[in-house]
Write a protein that binds this ligand. Structure first.
Ligand SMILES: *Cc1c(COP(=O)(O)O)cnc(C)c1O
Length: 349
């Protein structure tokens, strides 16, 4: 089988959730963001593991993403939809008992008309200018909306990964001004906000990336190993080239391994000639360009070539790969392709 294997350690993810939970202010509940298929790790198994760890409130971006999550969780835990209530969503929201975070007056009207009495939350914009009601809109509708009994009022920080950024306090102040005394549970912080301290925690936090031990919660445990099968080995003579564009040329006799995964699987082309593969603890340089389905690796120095080499694991974490590719861990994780065989270790796997 040429399928690469993505091993996901559910115990590490659960341990990261517990760590973030223990860092939160007393009385603050810790939620879990499992949008984008739990950052590429598989929303069903990840949500189930987090529920066993104690998580009771989950967040997805789209109502459709909640199908897998509700199936894994069963009835009970709250699933919040960050995009709110879009046209056509009413049936999923009702049948899966979802809580849309309403982002605009239009969405509030749609929800009140389409699903009167169904639970909802409100998302406010405190300066990011992306999603949520603005101060003036909120002032206009707050009395009417609070009358309907929202379950949660939330906003989102745009610069929480930079602790000294002035936007953090600015948004905190705006959130207080818009919500103090409203009597509704409040949420402001994702992973970055949790690390900013208790002032930012309110009643509920919403960590996503931190569950996977990536920046800004680099102190967390890594949960991923990505092992790529060696499909072919070949001896390359001095002066021969490898891969598209002939960007790599052998300076001497070289043993080249061709591995099964490429940019169609989320191994960005920017990793060409830059990333390292690992044979256990031994580094092996990726040589030449990343192709759609294949990469090539110099394994000349290995005593024996294993069946697989790792591109993610203890020696090269998500953030390391992100740094090499000039991006962020979030993009590395959510680009992890659908072709990988995802296997789970730890509780309930
Ligand atoms: C994605 C997202 C989160 C989770 O953010 P992390 O930085 O991954 O912890 C929380 N809240 C909202 C609104 C989001 O869009």
């Amino acid at each position: 089988m040429a399928t690469a294997r993505l091993s996901i350690d559910l115990d590490a993810i659960a341990a990261n959730w517990r760590r973030l939970d223990s860092m939160s202010a007393p009385g603050t509940q810790t939620g879990a963001v499992v949008k984008a298929d739990a950052y590429g790790c598989g929303a069903g198994p990840v949500a189930a593991a987090l529920a066993r760890a104690g998580a009771r409130r989950f967040f997805v971006a789209l109502a459709e993403e909640a199908i897998t999550v509700r199936d894994a969780l069963g009835p009970g835990p709250q699933i919040n939809v960050l995009s709110g209530h879009m046209p056509g969503d009413a049936r999923l929201i009702r049948d899966l008992d979802l809580t849309p975070m309403l982002n605009s007056i239009e969405q509030i009207m749609r929800h009140a008309e389409g699903l009167p009495g169904h639970p909802f939350g409100i998302q406010l914009d405190t300066g990011m200018n992306r999603l949520g009601l603005e101060m003036s809109e909120w002032e206009a509708v707050a009395p009417m909306v609070l009358e309907l009994g929202p379950e949660l009022i939330m906003s989102h920080l745009c610069c929480a990964d930079e602790p000294d950024h002035p936007m953090n306090d600015e948004q905190l102040g705006a959130f207080h001004a818009m919500t103090d005394g409203c009597g509704v549970p409040r949420s402001l912080s994702a992973t970055g906000g949790i690390l900013l301290g208790e002032r930012f925690h309110f009643d509920l936090t919403r960590p996503g990336i931190g569950l996977h031990g990536a920046r800004p919660f680099a102190a967390g445990l890594p949960a991923l190993r990505l092992s790529l099968p060696v499909i072919q080995l070949r001896e390359v003579a001095e002066g021969e080239i490898v891969g598209y564009g002939g960007t790599w040329q052998a300076e001497g006799p070289t043993l080249v391994a061709t591995l099964s995964a490429g940019y169609a699987d989320g191994l960005f082309r920017a990793l060409s000639g830059q990333a390292t593969l690992w044979a256990g603890d031994v580094p092996c340089p990726l040589i030449g360009r990343v192709s759609m389905d294949l990469i090539t690796v110099d394994v000349s120095h290995l005593e024996s070539v294993p069946d697989t080499l790792d591109i993610l694991g203890p020696h090269q974490r998500v953030d390391d790969l992100a740094d090499i590719a000039g991006t962020i861990g979030y993009e590395v994780m959510t680009a992890l392709g659908p072709r990988y065989l995802r296997t789970y270790s730890g509780q309930g796997a």
